[in-house]
Design a protein around this ligand. Sequence first.
Ligand SMILES: CC(C)(COP(=O)(O)OP(=O)(O)OC[C@H]1O[C@@H](n2cnc3c(N)ncnc32)[C@H](O)[C@@H]1OP(=O)(O)O)[C@@H](O)C(=O)NCCC(=O)NCCS
Length: 157
Amino acid sequence: MSDTSLSGHIRTATLEDVPSILKLINGHAKKGLMLMKSPVDIYHNIFNFVVFETDGKVVGCSRLSVLWKDIGEVASLAVSDNYKRRGIGKILVNACLDKAKTIGLPQVFTLTYQVDFFKNCGFKKVKKETLPYKVFGDCLKCPKVECCDETAMLYTI
Ligand SMILES: CC(C)(COP(=O)(O)OP(=O)(O)OC[C@H]1O[C@@H](n2cnc3c(N)ncnc32)[C@H](O)[C@@H]1OP(=O)(O)O)[C@@H](O)C(=O)NCCC(=O)NCCS
């Protein structure tokens, strides 16, 4: 079980959070776990981000991007190493799913190496070919575009 004694809160990201978000994402990107982002990538998407703040600092982030009328993506999910396995990742994903529900989005997918984590969040594995082409826009920016080894997972609301 995750440590539920953690204090802190989830909130919508602000422009001031951009350096912390970049540090979280690019720290994991250097380990090959996610795609590297530039400041402008985050500024353009700042409305989509939520962050988890504790001890006065941002220790986790995630975003929900709407890709089409019936599908969105959870991406840019990262939790600082010192704060992993305390339930923060799940709180961030649930916040994205809540946003999806609020706006009437029926499905949310992710492309991930963290299959067991996302299973725990209620996502199910799907074949990439079953997802509409429209969802693969970000993949064109990925060095692994032609040899993707991530697993596609879908949450139906
Ligand atoms: C994946 C990640 C966000 C998980 O964050 P976290 O805060 O450690 O996860 P949580 O503590 O919320 O875990 C929720 C549940 O999933 C489980 N879990 C977490 N990471 C797991 C993993 N790698 N494998 C299997 N189960 C995992 C937890 O044990 C917990 O189970 P419980 O509810 O039964 O207690 C974090 O490990 C991370 O930042 N990884 C590197 C970046 C990355 O790969 N991001 C995903 C890009 S799609």
